[in-house]
Design a binder for this molecule. Structure first.
Ligand code: NAD
Length: 495
């Protein structure tokens, strides 16, 4: 019998939704059923929005430093439960334990950062042009915020959204990905234990089609914060446009690491392996392309392939495992399909991997070999489209300008990296790369929560997660003028 997990709406836990239930299985061992979850639909979304809307009125009156104290307690509880949640997360989505611990740690960091924002939430005070008049701007809550999240960072991404939304005084409707509802349940339990008012936070697991659509069409949802694929994000933007909801979108990537001929090659190799195969290549910031200066391309490729071929694949709960499975069968098939496309297209060479692993210890999971293509051209689909798996396309260039031009030649603009010892190269890259994040001598993965996170071009729509920039997503500015002259003073007209 699978463990039964519950949804949480309007202050009540329940184990069956209006669309029934769904099972969540371990991608490293599909006989291991992580749990059975309520599948929610319009009924639960309507109740969740009504509850969040009502509770938000009181929450908005709680002084922000007091809201911050609750977030601080949530951070402390996540510290206590870090190992338990990390193990559950590995079971439900496959990435290795050190990474799931890191995922929870990101939630802890966000809790503490946003807790302290409760004592800032800075606005401006400005001089007014007329005498005896005062001007300032303050942040106001948005109202009901709906979070639609992906499976690859089941704790970090919901915390990036929910903690800033709470500190800004909003009510929450949270729809996690169907591959990672267990981590979402643990997170909501932590929020409640920390003191978030029960009716303020609502958890509605279920499909994108059912729950997602009901959220997008609900007139009382003021903001939708979405992280996921560009395809779904585009549709969400359209829907939100129709009803003029604010909508924050963090979407796909096709990130690249440049390695120049003056780079520390050992450092660049370690970075490339971590960036490409960490989370089995399923990070939005994963290194999907390696852009190598021609002088070092052969030697770098040889060593990269040698080391990638030694990566230990297996169940993420085993400490010796370096790369877990991909998240589900569909993702395994997508990766295999891209390998087929790579092989059929214009003379790319498959020099490592390329196969789903299905035998022996891998027979009950969705494993895929670390895969490398060389002789990849910019025009090929494997150089342009997000694959979201352990596949790297290697491109070779003659100089820095061509490297940056190649890096920019994609519809996406999330993360980017350059390895060079030349400070001039580094600063040109910082200036000319079109991406929300540029790393110098660091792989394309590894963001810290005190800086803004997000992408340009088709990766995002101008909003950012993390840092203080995220507060602009979850609050409305109000400008306030106080005239204490006791008479009508007309701006731009009177002296
Ligand atoms: P996805 O787009 O399939 O799903 C994301 C969420 O949207 C899930 O909760 C899903 O149930 C929901 N959804 C699906 N269809 C919907 C619909 N019609 N209406 C409303 N909601 C719907 O993405 P995924 O497979 O979960 O995640 C992988 C993608 O996420 C990749 O493209 C990756 O790059 C992206 N991602 C981006 C970032 C970032 O910050 N830019 C971070 C992590 C992941």
């Amino acid at each position: 019998m699978a463990e039964k997990f519950k949804a949480f709406v309007a202050g009540e836990w329940f184990d069956k939704g209006s669309a029934g239930t769904f099972l969540n299985i371990n991608p490293a061992d599909y006989d291991d059923v992580v749990g059975e979850f309520p599948s929610c639909g319009k009924e639960e979304v309507d109740a969740a929005v009504a509850s969040a809307k009502e509770a938000q009125k009181k929450w908005a009156l709680v002084p922000a430093p007091k809201r911050g104290e609750i977030l601080k307690r949530a951070g402390d509880l996540l510290v206590q439960k870090k190992e338990e949640i990390a193990r559950l997360m590995t079971r439900e989505m496959g990435k290795i334990l050190i990474e799931t611990r890191g995922d929870v740690q990101e939630g802890i960091d966000t809790a503490y950062y946003m807790a302290s924002e409760g004592r800032r939430l800075f606005g401006d005070t400005v001089p007014c042009e007329l005498m005896n008049k005062f001007g300032m701007s303050i942040r106001c809550p948005m109202g009901v915020c709906a979070m639609i999240t992906p499976w690859n960072f089941p704790m970090a991404i919901p915390t990036w959204k929910i903690f800033p939304a709470l500190i800004c005084g909003n009510g929450i409707v949270f729809k996690p990905a169907t591959d990672t509802p267990a981590t979402a349940v643990k997170f909501v339990e932590v929020l409640l234990e920390a003191g978030v008012p029960p009716r303020l936070i609502n958890l509605v697991p279920g499909s994108g089609r059912n729950v997602g659509t009901s959220i997008l069409e609900h007139p009382n949802v003021n903001l939708v914060s979405f992280t996921g694929s560009t395809q779904v994000g585009r549709m969400i933007a359209k829907k939100c446009g129709e009803s003029l909801k604010r909508c924050s979108l963090e979407m796909g990537g096709k990130n690249a690491q440049i390695v120049m001929d003056d780079a520390d090659l050992e450092l660049a190799l370690e970075g490339a392996l971590w960036g490409a195969y960490g989370t089995t290549g399923q990070r939005c910031t994963a290194t999907s392309r390696l852009i190598l200066h021609k002088k070092i391309a052969d030697v770098f490729t040889k060593q990269f392939v040698e080391r990638a071929s030694k990566i230990r694949i297996g169940n993420g709960l085993d400490d010796k495992t370096q790369m877990g499975p991909v998240v589900n069968k569909e993702q395994q098939d997508v990766v295999a399909e891209y390998v087929r496309i790579g092989l059929e297209e214009d003379k790319a060479d498959l020099i490592l991997g390329g196969r789903a692993l299905k035998e022996g210890e891998y027979s009950k999971g969705f494993f895929f070999q670390p895969t490398v293509f060389t002789n990849v051209k910019r025009t090929m689909r494997i150089a342009r489209e997000e694959i979201f798996g352990p596949v790297v396309s290697i491109l070779t260039v003659d100089n820095l300008d061509e490297a940056i031009d190649t890096l920019n030649d994609t519809e996406y603009g999330l993360s980017s990296s350059i390895y060079t010892r030349d400070v001039n190269n580094a600063f040109k890259a910082i200036r000319d790369i079109q991406a929300g994040i540029t790393y110098i001598n660091v792989p394309t993965i590894g963001a810290e929560i005190q800086l803004p996170f997000g992408g340009v071009k088709n990766t995002g729509n101008g909003h950012r997660e993390s840092g203080h920039a995220v507060l602009d997503t979850y609050s409305e500015w109000k400008s306030v003028y106080v005239d204490y002259s006791g008479r009508l003073q007309r701006a731009q007209i009177d002296d």
